[in-house]
Ligand binder design. Structure first.
Ligand SMILES: CC(C)(COP(=O)(O)OP(=O)(O)OC[C@H]1O[C@@H](n2cnc3c(N)ncnc32)[C@H](O)[C@@H]1OP(=O)(O)O)[C@@H](O)C(=O)NCCC(=O)NCCS
Length: 200
């Protein structure tokens, strides 16, 4: 029998454990989600109280899990259970089999390759589990580090959606990236051939 409360399966990589969010994550999460450097290029605003983090877990994460979506995943490092970021793939246009990848990681952990490692694992899972034809990612113009993450993952830059986003009173240009199902299969295959190490 199916469990009443479905949760995303835990994914492990060389250095990370990716798991479902739980309400007790709110406090450690707030230590990072309160940082405006993290939200400089995100659609969500920096949390101002721990209640905002509770709302994220209860009203965003748990609702997605109830819909059977393995998103968002909490990113944790090694044996430390505290979340340091989030990532995941959600349907952006289900009738067209298009999903979208999103991610962030806390500032003390930038530049260590954790986001690429975490996203590889959730992309492998999402392509296998949900079988989308297209995985897209949108980046607000100027977020060059995020573009680098996508390029390293094998995404292709498709173009710029000019002033497609009104955010914080400013019209922003949005860069569209994507990787297709067959492209992801060959990217993953190439990695499996070049390395015997499971990299997520
Ligand atoms: C964008 C973000 C997710 C990148 O995460 P990360 O874990 O630091 O990325 P990785 O360590 O996997 O590195 C990816 C590449 O970016 C480079 N990079 C990371 N931080 C950098 C920095 N501050 N300056 C320049 N390059 C940087 C890395 O060196 C790496 O490139 P390389 O392999 O050529 O050296 C992270 O900075 C973040 O969470 N930012 C705030 C939220 C956000 O913008 N989310 C994305 C919205 S689209």
């Amino acid at each position: 029998m199916k469990p009443l409360i479905w949760r995303p399966p835990t994914l492990t990589t060389k250095r990370l454990v990716l798991r479902a969010f739980v309400e007790s994550d709110a406090e450690p999460l707030f230590e990072h989600t309160r940082n405006p450097n993290v939200t400089r290029y995100t659609l969500w605003e920096a949390h101002t109280t721990v209640a905002d983090a509770v709302t994220f877990v209860r009203d965003y994460a748990v609702l997605r899990y109830l819909e059977g979506m393995a998103e968002p995943y909490a990113i944790t490092i090694g044996a430390d259970p505290r979340p340091v970021g989030a990532c995941g793939c959600f349907w952006s246009a289900k009738p067209h089999q298009t999903m979208e990848l999103g991610y962030w990681i806390a500032e003390p952990f930038w530049g260590k390759g954790y986001t690429v490692e975490a996203c590889r694992a959730v992309l492998n899972f999402a392509f296998a589990e949900y079988g989308p034809e297209r995985m897209q990612a949108r980046v607000i113009d100027g977020n060059t580090v995020s573009e680098r993450v996508l390029t390293k993952l094998g995404f292709r830059h498709e173009g710029v959606l000019r002033r497609a986003l009104l955010r914080r009173g400013v019209f922003e240009d949005v860069r569209m990236y994507s990787v297709l199902r067959d492209e992801w299969a060959s990217v993953s295959e190439g990695r499996a051939v070049s390395s015997n190490q499971p990299e997520g």
